[in-house]
Write a protein that binds this ligand. Structure first.
Ligand SMILES: C[S@@+](CC[C@H](N)C(=O)[O-])C[C@H]1O[C@@H](n2cnc3c(N)ncnc32)[C@H](O)[C@@H]1O
Length: 345
């Protein structure tokens, strides 16, 4: 049974409920500003040099200097930079936002279309995956940014203790974790992701890291692999499997839910260890609870996409039913996300 005493302090959050008019409106604007600063590469520059010259940045980006200046003035209004003589210096709050920017890549970049069409989806005038889409590449990119910022250390420590020669990453996104592991340990890796755009980003990353021989990015539907309708010979060699923030998608359909974990074991017959992490359904909160980052958006987005979320207890029951024994369970960065190291019987 999940206990609040196991939660890191930031999982309870600092956002007071009710969220006031001012906070809701300004939070929306701030989220767009953070996303824009990241897409323009300004966060990278601000983090690296502490400051950015508006004119030089405009020339480098081939951007409109007036609009760029206005964006940075808006960022100053939010407290993320201080502007002096057209040079923007990043503030401590700006550094916090840059550190957490993956959440905004996820929300603004990945789900703007979905959140902008809630009324249409509910009234039936619009349909998800027919005329309303999520941007898979942005979702993968946001997850990758968060991984680098505050999850990589945990993953590398956990996986560093495991013995394996070939590892698969299911829903591998931009394959950042696989590249890191292959580079550090000389192991082979295969990433499976359904998204064409994410797979292309992964192929670029693999090539840039000089890991072409060791790491492969496959565009594949893991659900097809689990059901046995998609087969890839390379998977037979895999002796460890990891998957981060994908399981809820695989478990979405009630009729196939109980087959997912046994199907995974069949698809990877040599795998003795599974490292699986996901964001789970928050336990019921007291009325005076504060709200953390991410959870409310994650829950609403998945409800609108028709993907049910599951409690920690449900995940543990599904693992046990598939003969997977929990060796380790850790709170994993993003609120209500848990990482399991599971041994196959
Ligand atoms: C939230 S992202 C996580 C990416 C990466 N695992 C990470 O933690 O950085 C989920 C990823 O799963 C992929 N995905 C969703 N459904 C999938 C499926 N059925 N088969 C393979 N990949 C899938 C998405 O394209 C996306 O890249």
């Amino acid at each position: 049974m999940e206990s609040r005493s196991d939660w890191p302090p930031d999982w309870t959050g600092r956002s007071a409920i009710p969220i006031s008019v001012d906070e809701a409106f300004n939070g929306y604007v701030a989220a767009q500003i953070v996303f824009a600063l990241d897409r323009l590469g300004l966060f990278e520059e601000l983090l690296e040099h502490g400051q950015a010259d508006v004119r030089a940045a405009a020339v480098r980006l081939g951007a409109d200097q007036r609009m760029l200046g206005e964006l940075l003035r808006a960022a100053q209004t939010c407290g993320y930079v201080v502007l002096r003589d057209d040079v923007a210096a990043i503030t401590p709050a700006g550094r916090d936002m840059a550190f957490m920017r993956g959440y905004f890549t996820w929300a603004v970049g990945g789900y703007a279309d979905l959140f902008g069409n809630i009324a249409g989806l509910i009234s039936g005038g619009r349909r998800f995956n027919s005329d309303v889409f999520r941007d898979e590449a942005m979702v993968a990119l946001g997850a990758g940014q968060n991984d680098r910022a505050f999850m990589a250390e945990t993953v590398d420590e956990v996986v560093g203790q495991l013995d394996f020669t070939a590892i698969a990453d299911l829903g591998s996104g931009v394959s950042a974790r696989l590249c890191r592991m292959a580079a550090a340990r000389g192991v082979r890796g295969v990433g499976l992701d359904i998204s064409d755009a994410a797979t292309r980003l992964a192929e670029d990353a693999i090539r840039r890291a000089g890991l072409d021989g060791n790491v492969r990015a496959l565009q594949a539907d893991v659900l097809g692999v689990v059901k046995g309708t998609e087969n890839y010979p390379v998977l037979a060699e895999v002796d460890a499997v990891m998957s981060f923030f994908l399981l809820h998608d695989l478990l979405a359909a009630p009729d196939t839910r109980s087959r997912v974990m046994p199907g995974l074991r069949e698809a990877f017959p040599k795998a003795r260890t599974f490292v699986l992490a996901d964001t789970m359904l928050r336990p019921a909160q007291p009325a005076d609870a504060t709200l953390p980052v991410f959870s409310a958006g994650y829950e609403l987005a998945h409800a609108l996409m028709g993907v049910p979320l599951h409690t920690k207890d449900t995940y543990e029951a599904l693992f046990a039913q598939a003969g997977l024994r929990t060796r380790q369970v850790l709170a994993f960065g993003t609120p209500h996300s848990w990482l399991y190291v599971l041994d196959a019987d």
